[in-house]
Write a protein that binds this ligand. Structure first.
Ligand code: BES
Ligand code: ZN
Ligand code: ZN
Length: 492
């Protein structure tokens, strides 16, 4: 990962400067930078007059500055119109700019920040810009030399005041983006490597590093605790399922937030096998588990003073001879009986047991899951579907998501939806009836059976956690979506 830092004065070795410019203000913005030689200002004027440099969003213009500046290049990066600007504009702009910096094989870059005339704090701008650079630079490059060679940039230094606020902003950016990239790496890792055992190992390493309490429910403990949902989904695979619990309790009081993650390390669909084109990305069906693990890691590194317990529901949904079948009835750990009608609706079955345990041990619950293809049908790949039983908590989450530029949208859960998961032979069924229904909502209604009275928010990240094409901040594949939202919420 590139390192981002603050510097008071110019660096010795610089390959490029970055200057952000607003549409229709380019010349003034460049003048405001100070110390730029007249020859450069003249060149900027010429480019502006010829409409080659306009400051529009997504515009990145490299200019050779040999003999004029210490760095051989200055990059003008467009932000669009000032009146449309918000923090996320800058995050997207720096993420976009870094590709051009890479194309020019830059190694050490010095970045300025746009002048917002005090409308936004320097710390907020700094955090957004830094996050954009790091997230835009990410590639899953372990198996491709060409990608590794593209990643030339080693440092991005911000020429700005060094105060407690700016140092803090940079720390938040660093820890937050590291967590996002950790999720991306885990999601992008082939399912043959990122098995339930592997994710358990990652959890153990985090526990060891920070002296966290850890519980691992292997096959024996799952049986003992009647966690038959996790067992059923995992029984068609050669990889044993598990439930891993991590506890970070910096406070003595009993309030604690559970972060529960769906960790299906590969979702073949089970006996109700997926068609090949829908199976392609299913190594990423553990994005929820990766999200909660990474969020906990970042929360600890940020020194967040809140009790947090993480639950990883880990299993592989395969078609082995012992695989669970349509028609099976599972008695879950909280006594709820589930009629299995589709083995591909496995995430909710695993989460049921994980949520039931979390409900016993926490005063609030968030869960994260690549749960339904219907979430993509409803909201696409850019909006996380959010549901819950507490309007205030849902609103807080939505506020946090807006602040960090991650879009989320609440879907309803009403009694007529709840009716749709009732079963004729058990308490509930694992797919809605009729089949052609609001799949994301009925999945939420299923999960509701496993939480108690405590406030609970469910995040369906099927669309946002796995990108089918590159986005502003991420390449195709794992995105690490919603990690920054949860961190923002925890810091609120
Ligand atoms: N993991 C999938 C959901 C998914 C689909 C995530 C696409 C990411 C991208 C989940 O386990 C699943 O297969 N859900 C089924 C439920 C259906 C059988 C009721 C779905 O969405 O089709
Ligand atoms: Zn499935
Ligand atoms: Zn799944």
């Amino acid at each position: 990962m590139i390192s981002i830092k603050l510097i008071g004065k110019e660096e010795k070795k610089v390959d490029a400067f970055v200057a952000f410019v607003f549409e229709n203000e380019v010349e003034q913005n460049v003048k405001d930078l100070a110390h730029l030689p007249d020859a450069l200002l003249k060149e900027v004027s010429r480019l502006v007059k010829q409409k080659q440099l306009q400051g529009k969003e997504k515009e990145v213009m490299p200019l050779s500055t040999i003999g004029l500046l210490k760095a051989p290049f200055i990059f003008f990066v467009g932000l669009g119109k000032r009146e449309d600007f918000y923090e996320h504009t800058l995050r997207k702009a720096s993420a976009h700019a870094i590709k051009t910096l890479q194309a020019h094989k830059c190694v050490h870059v010095v970045s300025t920040l746009p002048n917002l005339h005090g409308e936004l704090g320097l710390d907020e701008l700094l955090q957004a810009a830094a996050e954009g650079y790091v997230l835009g630079e990410y590639a899953y490059d372990l198996y491709k030399k060409e990608l590794r060679e593209k990643r030339t940039i080693k440092t991005i230094s911000f020429l700005t005041q060094q105060t407690l606020a700016t140092a803090n902003a940079l720390k938040r950016a660093r820890i937050g983006t590291e967590a996002v990239c950790y999720v991306r790496d885990l999601v992008n890792m082939p399912a043959e490597f990122a098995t339930p055992a592997y994710l358990e190992k990652e959890a153990r390493a985090l526990a060891k590093k920070h002296k966290l309490k850890i519980r691992v429910y292997g096959k024996k403990e799952l049986v003992k605790n009647k966690m038959n949902g996790i067992l059923a989904v995992g029984q068609g695979s050669r990889h044993e399922p598990r439930l891993v619990v991590l506890e970070y309790t910096p406070l003595k009081k009993k309030e604690s937030l559970a972060l529960v993650g769906k960790g299906i390390t590969f979702d073949a669909g089970g006996l109700g096998i997926k068609p090949a084109e829908y199976m392609e990305d299913m190594k990423g069906d553990m994005a929820g588990a990766a999200t909660v693990l990474a969020t906990l890691k970042a929360a600890i590194e940020l020194g967040i003073k809140k009790n947090i317990k993480v639950y990883l529901g880990l299993a592989e949904n395969m078609l082995g001879a012992a695989a669970y079948k349509p028609g099976d009835i599972i008695t879950m750990s909280n006594g709820t009986t589930v009629e299995v009608l589709h083995t591909d609706a496995e995430g909710r079955v695993v989460l049921g047991d994980a949520l039931a345990l979390a409900a016993k041990e926490n005063t609030a619950i968030f869960d994260f899951a690549t749960l339904t293809g219907a979430a993509i049908v409803a909201l696409g790949h850019d909006m996380t579907a959010v549901m819950g039983n507490d309007a205030d908590l849902v609103e807080d989450v939505l506020v946090a998501s807006r602040r960090v530029g991650e879009e989320a949208w609440e879907l309803p859960m009403r009694d007529h939806h709840r009716e749709q998961v009732k079963s004729d032979v058990a308490d509930i069924r694992n797919i809605g009836k009729p089949r052609m229904g609001p799949g994301t909502i009925t999945a939420g209604c299923f999960l509701e059976h496993f939480v108690d009275k405590q406030p609970w928010v469910h995040f369906d990240i099927a669309g946002t956690g796995l990108a089918n094409a590159k986005t502003d901040l991420s390449p195709r594949g794992g995105t690490g979506a919603i990690v920054r939202t949860v961190l923002e919420y925890l810091l609120m």
